[in-house]
Design a protein around this ligand. Structure first.
Ligand code: ZN
Length: 438
């Protein structure tokens, strides 16, 4: 296998893909779907475009197996988030290469994943590898704004997708330490549950010159004052326990035992405070509440008659939503109305007892001996929830080697990726498929 040539080819496609502006809104993902279709057609890999709403296109390509095992799905999304052009060192939609990095919106999230998934299909086809399961490539619309015209639509309308046994999607990576050494293979097997609330306080409108006790703004901030101080109890899933246990060997000696048994560890008050000062660890261990929108009044001398707030709550899967809501209402007090405005299904994490997970572990031990493979609970939401809803074992894992600092560029300015990742990532995907599908 001439990997230099493959890297060159992948880089060329990647640049073309970045040059297609798929900022959502409006998305215009159809152009990205057509880009893939042209390539798959040339390689004689059957594919089809779906366009459930004008210009919101997704592309599905299938490399057929003999059907003795169920399909595996390679998922990625075509849409990207907007840019603040002034903040960029290079134009974000030109595919500029500088110092070994390709810059542009979508280079991390997640056009690069689409490219290595496509390259894996091309390689397996060209090598005439006979597969036991279908390998399904699916690049979709509408991830960044909710999935309605992408994966959610597809799971309802393309029955063959629901037959998949496994799916790989964006979310986890191979995290490098500051010396460029692999620290962990982070595989997200589950995600927090979305539970968003709108609060409303009502009162009596009046002149700002004559304060009175029935001011909705005051009622709202008093309720929120109590609520936002709430330290929700720890709710530790087995997969989170395993994460900390596997990370124990990376800690300084005095913290190892605390990580090894995280439930016991968290009973140590100073360790508990220290650990949860990390927003990501905090989010893995408990239900969280973020006050994201506050609205009340529009004129300096008018007391309004109502004010509202929005809470973005993210729950540990398995949390009883009714109980949680009851507790929220109790803490806010009787005068605040609470309405649920968005929620996702509470889905348990995907099983780790699979040949796919073992294949990832095997690949990790070959590439980076001694580096732990750790499951983690994703605080945010990805399209994977629609797959897990349909019983598909889904791992959010994109085999790119990145430092945490590089990852901070996702959705930010000067998003970029070290191009060597295209070689490594494609190779790892090909290896995984050979391991579990031949
Ligand atoms: Zn993404």
């Amino acid at each position: 296998m001439d990997w230099d040539q493959i890297l060159k080819e992948a880089t060329h496609y990647f640049q073309e893909y970045i040059r297609i502006d798929t900022v959502t809104p409006p998305g215009n993902e159809i152009e990205g779907a057509r880009f893939f279709k042209k390539i798959f057609d040339r390689e004689a890999i059957p594919c089809q475009i779906y366009e459930p709403s004008p210009n919101r296109g997704s592309l599905l390509a299938t490399l057929k197996g003999d059907g003795s095992k169920r399909p595996i799905l390679f998922l990625s999304h075509i849409d990207v988030v907007p840019v603040e052009k002034e903040g960029w060192e290079v134009p974000p939609f030109e595919g500029v290469i500088k110092g070994g990095y390709l810059y542009g919106r979508g280079t991390l999230d997640c056009k690069s994943l689409g490219i290595i998934e496509m390259m894996a299909l091309l390689i397996l086809k060209r090598e005439k590898i006979s597969l036991k399961r279908d390998l399904v490539f699916f690049a979709t619309a509408d991830e960044e704004t909710g999935g309605r015209w992408g994966v959610q639509w597809a799971m309802e309308n393309i029955p063959s997708l629901r037959e998949s046994e496994y799916a790989l999607n964006e979310g986890g990576h191979i995290i490098l330490n500051e010396n460029g050494i692999a620290d962990r293979y982070a595989i997200s097997d589950g995600q927090k549950v979305i539970f968003q609330l709108r609060l409303k306080a009502r009162g009596t409108a009046g002149h700002g010159s004559m304060p009175h006790p029935d001011n909705p703004n005051v009622k709202l901030i008093c309720g929120l004052e109590t609520l936002t101080r709430w330290e929700t109890p720890y709710h530790i899933l087995p997969t989170v326990k395993e994460y900390f246990c596997k990370m124990a060997s990376k800690q300084p000696p005095y913290e190892r035992a605390l990580f090894e048994d995280i439930e016991k560890g968290l009973s140590d008050p100073s360790f508990s405070v220290w650990l949860t000062s990390s927003p990501i660890y905090n989010a893995m261990l408990r239900n969280t509440i973020s006050l994201t929108i506050l609205q009340g009044g529009s004129k300096a001398n008018v007391i309004p008659s109502e004010s509202t707030a929005t809470l973005d709550c993210r729950l540990i899967p398995g949390t009883n939503k009714e109980e949680f809501l009851k507790e929220i209402k109790r803490r806010l007090g009787d005068e605040i109305e609470v309405e649920v405005i968005a929620e996702s299904e509470s889905l348990p994490p995907s099983s780790l007892d699979t040949d796919l997970y073992q294949a990832i572990e095997k690949s990790a031990s070959e590439n980076d001996p001694g580096c732990p493979v750790v499951p983690f609970l994703l605080p945010g939401a990805t399209d994977s929830r629609f797959l897990r809803e349909n019983g598909i074992i889904t791992y959010d894992f994109c085999p790119f080697r990145l430092t945490e600092k590089e990852l901070m560029r996702v959705h930010g300015n000067n998003e970029r990726i070290d191009l060597e990742n295209l070689r490594f990532g494609t190779k790892m995907l090909v290896d995984l498929i050979k391991e579990i599908a031949t």
